[in-house]
Design a protein around this ligand. Structure first.
Ligand code: GTP
Ligand code: SPV
Ligand code: MN
Length: 625
């Protein structure tokens, strides 16, 4: 049930003074208090609640939500301290059409974003925000992205009237009053405000998932602010995530010389030599980041530890190398397809302390989703609260249903996740997507510039994490199409400039594709744990100049692929035909791709770096054009 549109009728402002807040607030900072005061004057909450990230507050809020019917407590003998939330059926994923970048210069925002003038957008939003929190509590969350005090870390404050968002943020970010101490000492911070846009008038009963049919996810990079209205779901409501850590942070990174990326982060140890490698990988939404982040190798010789599954911030270190952190503290992972055979690490992370959204409920109070077990339960309550049997013919869990769990619960979590205040040095960067055709299983870029070209030209089949037709091919450069807060062509230029600075200390770049299919539409590659075979080749190829190396590869027009015998295939059944098809480069289709790339580049006009046009030309020549 959704409340419709504007809500400023019979809005009567109650003016607050900073002094009023000061006595009750755990912070003595005029800017913080002034902002909260201003937002409270507009949104008119009944009360203000300061979130300190404590277990006591978690218990209070979960108990309140269970009593009110907006959370279902799972069977504590099976899933202790775990809860199920069911969203409104029209609030199940990010809303890209309702996501806006509001900055003075439309050219600087670029053709892949919805641009709005910041002042005009504020005027447009005001009637929606006015009185939006009436009858509700405004929660104030101070949070850090990255270890508090770390070199790459940033701070933020979120206001929200959604206790679901509060609990999720408590898992996803480092919510702590310690952040306020840093702000008092002058640290910069980002302002984010969120409302579900469903005021409770005259004591009206609340719905289980309040939201508004009108939604606005607005970013103000010039003033480092986010204003989010109408949705309670994921990246729309947990403002630390896509809004701050990607859209605003990408702009901050452009200004300050660093990168905010839609990337997982892993630490891989060669168990024979003890050598440690750190890898980052950018795949579009629901294309396997969480899976690769928790990889269980099926071949000996490697240990994989998790650093992050969705976002990485990258910055050049004092030694000239590129360092990365995961700014988040939790996983907001896609549930369907996560099972004992595909991702046993995620399954063990989910033992407790987890919030599930839009998954199915079993008769014994546990959760279930498609792919969790091979055996399908005979009866479930589906994600919309309806009785479900295998005969129902609909998915029991929504395809974009998610789990929210602390990263520390993954048995694979690397100690560097919290200890490495300055991040880990990267050895390789991977770009991938869902491609049924054309793109080989793995290809190494010929240079940093070629790697940037690979990233800039990623296309991928749409998933349930995006709106629109699932399976439809779309360009998703660097897996950042919905997340880059400024002109995508300038972003490519920024990547090229970072490469210049890194010089020969730059990590190597690879393209991967686990999703190539045969003529019958079956995946050619077994994927999941077997992807360790590709990681193995990638890491061996990093020492391609050394004598002992056995992964020098073979150059194809699109990059360097494993030469015959280089990919470790011991222990899996894969036919020679399948293997050939996994790496087949059809020059005609690739020249076709080049034409589409040229069209894609044309969207950005003169802003496309000359180097990328040269890369396109180089590729065409290698393809024999
Ligand atoms: P966001 O959280 O939306 O950014 O997505 P993500 O990239 O972290 O997605 P995730 O790892 O959760 O993957 C989502 C889907 O990809 C699941 O349905 C998985 O089953 C599927 N998947 C992941 N790895 C593989 C693989 O190697 N092969 C195949 N065929 N499917 C995979
Ligand atoms: C994605 O869509 O890439 C996600 C989920 O990681 S959300 O946080 O909702 O954007
Ligand atoms: Mn993501």
């Amino acid at each position: 049930m959704t409340t419709a549109t504007k809500i400023d009728n019979d809005y009567q402002p109650i003016t607050h003074t900073i002094a009023e807040f000061e006595s009750a607030a755990p912070v003595k900072d005029a800017k913080v208090l002034g902002w909260i005061c201003e937002m409270a004057d507009i949104m008119q909450p009944d009360q203000i609640f300061w979130c300190d990230g404590s277990t006591a507050q978690w218990q209070l809020l979960t108990a309140e939500m269970v009593a009110q019917g907006s959370l279902i407590k799972l069977n504590p003998d099976i899933r202790p301290n775990s809860f199920l939330a069911r969203s409104s059926s029209d609030d199940v994923a990010r809303v890209e059409e309702r996501t806006f970048i509001c900055a003075a210069d439309p050219e600087a925002v670029g053709p892949t974003n919805n641009w709005r003038d910041p002042d005009e957008m504020r005027q447009e939003l005001l009637p929606f925000f006015k009185g939006a929190m009436r009858g509700r509590t405004m929660y104030v969350l101070p949070f850090a992205m990255g270890p508090i005090g770390g070199a790459i870390t940033q701070l933020g404050l979120q206001l929200t009237d959604s206790p679901y968002a509060v609990l999720s943020m408590q898992i996803m970010a480092r919510v702590s009053f310690e952040v306020l101490r840093h702000i008092e000492r002058g640290a910069n911070w980002v302002r984010t405000a969120h409302t579900v846009g469903a005021p409770l008038l005259d004591g009206a009963a609340d719905s289980a998932w309040p939201c508004n049919s009108t939604k606005y996810i607005c970013h103000f990079p010039d003033t480092l602010e986010v204003l989010s209205f109408g949705s309670g779901y994921g990246g729309n409501a947990l403002l630390s995530k896509k809004c701050f850590a990607l859209r605003l942070a990408s702009v901050m990174g452009k200004r300050e010389g660093w990168l905010a990326e839609h990337m997982l982060l892993i630490k891989v140890t060669n168990t024979n030599t003890g050598r440690v490698y750190n890898l980052a990988a950018a795949f579009p939404s629901a294309c396997g980041k969480t899976n690769l982040a928790m990889l269980t190798p099926t071949i000996p010789g490697w240990k994989v530890e998790t650093l992050g599954d969705d976002i990485a911030w990258l910055r050049q270190g004092a030694d000239g190398r590129l360092y990365a952190i995961n700014p988040e503290a939790g996983f907001f992972g896609v549930a369907p397809g996560t099972g004992e055979s595909t991702n046993p690490t995620a399954i063990s992370a989910l033992w407790g302390n987890t919030i599930y959204t839009n998954v199915a409920l079993t008769d014994d109070g546990d959760v279930w989703w498609e792919g969790k077990t091979d055996e399908v339960p005979a009866h479930l309550i589906d994600w919309q609260g309806q009785d479900w049997t295998p005969a129902s013919g609909t998915p029991a869990a929504h395809p974009n249903s998610r789990f929210t769990v602390p990263v520390t619960q993954a048995p694979s979590i690397a100690p560097e996740w919290s200890e490495a205040e300055n991040g880990v040095p990267l050895d390789a960067i991977l770009f991938g997507g869902r491609r049924a055709t054309n793109v080989p299983l793995v290809a190494k870029a010929l240079s940093w510039q070629h790697g940037v070209f690979m990233g800039a030209t990623i296309s991928s089949e749409k998933t349930a994490a995006q709106e629109g037709l699932v399976g439809e091919l779309r360009r998703d450069p660097f897996a950042m199409l919905p997340f880059c807060g400024y002109n995508m062509a300038d972003y490519w230029g920024h990547w090229l400039a970072i490469g210049e600075k890194l010089g020969d200390k730059a990590p190597a770049i690879f393209q991967v594709n686990w999703f190539r299919k045969d003529a019958d539409g079956k995946f050619l590659w077994p994927g999941f744990g077997e992807n360790s075979r590709v990681i193995d080749w990638i890491l061996r190829s990093l020492d391609a100049d050394s004598e002992s190396d056995d992964a020098k590869g073979e150059e194809l027009p699109v990059g360097i692929v494993p030469a015959s015998g280089e990919l470790n295939l011991t222990g899996i059944e894969i036919s020679d035909e399948s293997l050939a098809e996994l790496f087949r480069v059809d020059n005609e289709s690739w020249l076709q791709e080049c034409m589409l790339t040229e069209e894609f580049f044309a969207m950005f006009g003169d802003r496309v770096p000359q180097e990328l046009r040269a890369q396109l030309q180089g590729l065409r020549e290698r393809l024999g054009a």
